[in-house]
Design a protein around this ligand. Structure first.
Ligand SMILES: Cc1cc2nc3c(=O)[nH]c(=O)nc-3n(C[C@H](O)[C@H](O)[C@H](O)COP(=O)(O)O)c2cc1C
Length: 346
């Protein structure tokens, strides 16, 4: 199967829940939540895509970078690329019952592993999401990162223990799920928590904790203070609050404030290896990709996920040649064209 066939298959299976657009930019699905869109007007999802598209790159061809290395050590997982699969849940709620949740999750996790990447699994009001994640990760020797909702402290610690038991090397928590009403309705209120609570919880976790959903310097500083091992600069794919900036817009100021004190990851609107290069130049160590991965999992299972990840990795290597970067550490703001970046920070 090639990607074209995979997209056609996915379009059929989603049955309208996702149009599988040529450019996954948040416009056709604006406001479709539940669904695959961004919340409200859809502007936060659209801002992710647009802010990244606006960034231009310097094309450089007189140098020695001909065979770039893109291997990346993610908390002890030796990955072949700095590109990870974001947690995306909800076949029934969001994805038009395109396939069975367990089969989909298996495709996401095993496809990630096959390509030398790694997948984040989910949590939600339905215990199935967390349980299936744990099950699939156990089968795959803990090759993945469970993502917990910031539930009440004891419930959170119980899930942390279960995550630990499945052999993973890190856990994440989508702290931007704090306002998600369906957790409250299901009698499982989630966050927000003040920094003192995070300090206490993180000190009790046996694994590095990644806080997903940081959009300001202030929250990034709090994550450092709380002892988190990493942050994901993310607005949850534009699904939690309308009218936020794109993640590419806030990443440079967050990196300027906390880089070196905490690992910085980012997601939102990343649709190619060139986009990965841009995000690394803006200050991230690695990126997460959301919707495009769910689409290929629906259309092609684990083969689809591995195929798309490998395509992004190839594109990243090519982009690095044109940026004159032999290794990931050589990717700096100088690859970005001055004056064409969000905030003009390059
Ligand atoms: C249908 C759907 C379900 C999602 N479910 C979760 C989830 O359960 N936990 C979570 O942390 N993020 C969730 N997200 C957010 C993604 O992890 C990620 O932050 C976002 O999709 C990245 O943007 P992109 O899709 O433009 O790449 C979800 C996103 C979508 C579209």
């Amino acid at each position: 199967m090639d990607l074209k066939e995979i997209y056609n298959k996915a379009r059929e299976k989603f049955n309208g829940a996702c149009r599988v657009c040529p450019n996954c930019n948040g416009r056709a699905c604006a406001g479709e939540m539940p669904g695959m869109g961004g919340t409200g007007t859809g502007s936060s999802f659209i801002a992710n895509y647009d802010s990244l598209s606006r960034i231009k790159l310097n094309l450089q061809t007189i140098h020695q970078a001909s065979d770039p290395h893109i291997g990346y050590d993610f908390f002890g997982y030796p990955l072949k690329m700095p590109i990870l699969v974001a947690p995306l849940a909800g076949m029934v709620i969001n994805m038009g019952r395109a396939m069975e949740e367990g089969e989909y999750l298996t495709g996401m996790v095993e496809g990630g592993k096959e390509a030398g990447s790694l997948t984040f699994t989910c949590d939600g009001p339905n215990p199935l999401f967390f349980d299936l994640g744990v099950e699939v990760l156990k089968k795959n020797q803990g090759w993945g990162v469970p993502t917990l909702k910031p539930r009440q402290e004891e419930a959170f610690l119980t899930l942390l223990k279960r995550a630990n038991d499945c052999g993973v090397k890190a856990v994440a928590t989508d702290i931007d799920a704090a306002g998600i009403i369906h957790m409250k309705r299901a009698g499982q209120p989630a966050g927000p928590w003040p920094v003192e609570v995070w300090k206490r919880v993180i000190s009790r976790a046996k694994l590095p904790v990644i806080l997903k959903g940081i959009m300001t310097v202030k929250d990034a500083e709090s994550a450092v203070e709380a002892g988190a091992a990493g942050i994901v600069v993310s607005n949850h794919g534009g699904r939690v609050l309308d009218h936020t900036p794109g993640t590419a817009e806030v990443l440079p100021e967050i990196a300027a404030a906390v880089k070196g004190r905490i690992k910085i990851f980012v997601d939102g609107g990343i649709r190619s290896g060139v986009d990965v290069l841009k995000m690394l130049a803006l200050g991230a160590e690695a990126v997460l990709v959301g919707r495009p991965m769910a689409i290929v999992a629906v259309g092609g299972g684990k083969e689809g996920v591995a195929l798309l990840l490998n395509q992004y990795a190839d594109q990243l290597r090519t982009a690095m040649i044109y940026a004159g970067c032999q290794s990931l550490t050589e990717i700096t703001p100088s690859v970005l064209r001055m004056g064409h970046n969000p905030g003009g920070r390059a």
